[in-house]
Design a protein around this ligand. Structure first.
Ligand SMILES: Cc1cc2nc3c(=O)[nH]c(=O)nc-3n(C[C@H](O)[C@H](O)[C@H](O)COP(=O)(O)OP(=O)(O)OC[C@H]3O[C@@H](n4cnc5c(N)ncnc54)[C@H](O)[C@@H]3O)c2cc1C
Length: 402
């Protein structure tokens, strides 16, 4: 193929699309990135507000396991662009990273904007064109169609890489509206569902008023056999936060099947039952709330004890109170909406995708990022997989066209 025809379009200027554009441009391709929003990578910038957890430094085997059922399909892309590669890539853009106490990797400045600025400058230097306010609308007679403020436009690239994202935080640009066109094209789509999202709980009015916005620190959560230690947040609508997200897929599936999920919370996982019971037994004349506080529980944790399925009356007996403290069962009644979910489960099904990331039904159309059917907890796994699959899709294009 001669240089004049080596033209690719990337649709979606999130981390997956930008990663794809970079690999193609480095290989000498002419690349245009079309983005419906006025600016690129809005969700990436929002992620920066929470510190921008780029990836995780745990052993690669453990890291890969975080992708659950999709591990085997994501593994080649991640082995070709590992967490260490991502850190080296960021360093190449002048952004140093550090490993936090939990193993999570962050840019030293804890922000996304310096990294994005440096990345866009590199893409610009490589000759990548960013076409903003250009919304992909589908295909027509073999052409890729866009709608821009100056009207409709059709493009005939050699290859197109789609990185349109999932459907969470739709006002940032990715709203999942691509599913119908891809289904009509012949791709199978696993329905999009919120992932890393909160769950609804019917709080008492008193608890909601007092504790919405309060963290529950150093707790342990259990669903079935799965146990996670970490932190959660009490929200007016229910619960959210890292430890909740880590159990999210299981909780969501239980709610889909049974209409509810029971979450068991150990509010004092560092205190064995007998020690906690002894501490709770010390000040018998105190109220339960005071005894719990003196045993190290926060007011929110103590309040939560009355919200469980066991009822609001607390046992007077210290051992029974300790047992309750180490196993509060909370009834989760639903999944909070897509609007505030961190990510999306579902997307283009793996059996519709070839190993080179092209659609089985259309070998010139490649897919990357959250559009694909995988999910992972928070901890840097999302951005790592988005960038790795973006790069994998670009390598797929390069391999196909030689
Ligand atoms: C609040 C929040 C915090 C997060 N924090 C982290 C974190 O710390 N670490 C982490 O790993 N992950 C984090 N994530 C998740 C991470 O940001 C996403 O997984 C990632 O941005 C997905 O990348 P993507 O490129 O696949 O899709 P997106 O980033 O969603 O990009 C898709 C792009 O496609 C564009 N687009 C959509 N449709 C069209 C169309 N028809 N035409 C043209 N353009 C279109 C969209 O406007 C968008 O710019 C966070 C997410 C949220 C919401």
């Amino acid at each position: 193929m001669n240089a004049a025809t080596r033209y690719a379009i990337v649709v979606g200027a999130g981390p997956a699309g930008l990663a794809a554009a970079e690999v193609l441009a480095e290989a000498g391709w002419r690349v245009a990135v079309h983005e419906r929003m006025p600016n690129p990578a809005r969700k990436f910038l929002l992620a920066g507000r929470g510190g921008l957890n780029l990836t995780h430094a745990e052993p690669l085997e453990t890291f890969l396991d975080r992708y659950g059922a999709a591990r085997a399909r994501l593994e080649p892309a991640i082995l070709a662009f590992t967490p260490s590669d991502l850190r080296a890539w960021a360093a190449g853009l002048g952004i140093e990273t550090f490993i936090g106490s939990s193993g999570r990797v962050f840019p030293a400045q804890m922000k996304a904007s310096p990294l994005l600025r440096a990345w866009l400058a590199r893409l610009n230097a490589l000759g990548v064109t960013l076409v903003s306010r250009s919304r992909w609308t589908g295909w027509h007679a073999g052409a890729v169609m866009f709608e821009a403020p100056d009207g409709a436009r059709s493009e005939l690239p050699a290859a197109t890489i789609f990185a349109l994202g999932g459907a969470s935080w739709p006002r940032l640009g990715s709203d999942g509206s691509w599913t119908e066109a891809f289904r009509a094209r012949g791709a199978e789509i696993t329905p999009l569902r919120p992932a890393n999202s909160g769950f609804t709980v019917t709080w008492s009015a008193l608890f909601r008023e007092r504790f919405a916005g309060e963290p529950l620190k150093r707790i342990s959560l259990r669903v079935g056999e799965q146990v996670v230690r970490g932190e959660a947040m009490i929200a007016a609508y229910g619960v959210e936060g890292g430890a909740i997200y880590a159990l999210g897929a299981r909780l969501r599936d239980a709610i889909t099947t049974h209409g509810e999920a029971l979450l068991e919370i150990d509010l004092a996982p560092d205190q064995p039952l007998d020690i906690l019971a002894a501490r709770l037994g010390r000040n018998r004349k105190d109220s339960s709330a005071n005894r719990l506080r003196k045993a190290g529980l926060s007011p929110a944790a103590a309040g939560l004890l009355r919200e469980g399925v066991e009822g609001s009356a607390l046992p007077a007996d210290a051992e029974q109170l300790a047992r309750r403290t180490k196993a509060v069962r909370l009834r989760l009644t639903g999944v909070s909406g897509m609007d505030r979910a961190i990510s999306t489960a579902g997307g283009i099904a793996w059996n519709s995708l070839r190993p080179d990331h092209a659609l089985a039904c259309d070998p010139n159309t490649f897919i990357a990022g959250e559009m694909l059917d995988w999910e992972a907890p928070t901890g840097g796994y999302l951005l790592q997989a988005c960038m790795a699959t973006g790069r994998a899709a670009a390598r797929g294009v390069l391999a196909r066209f030689g």
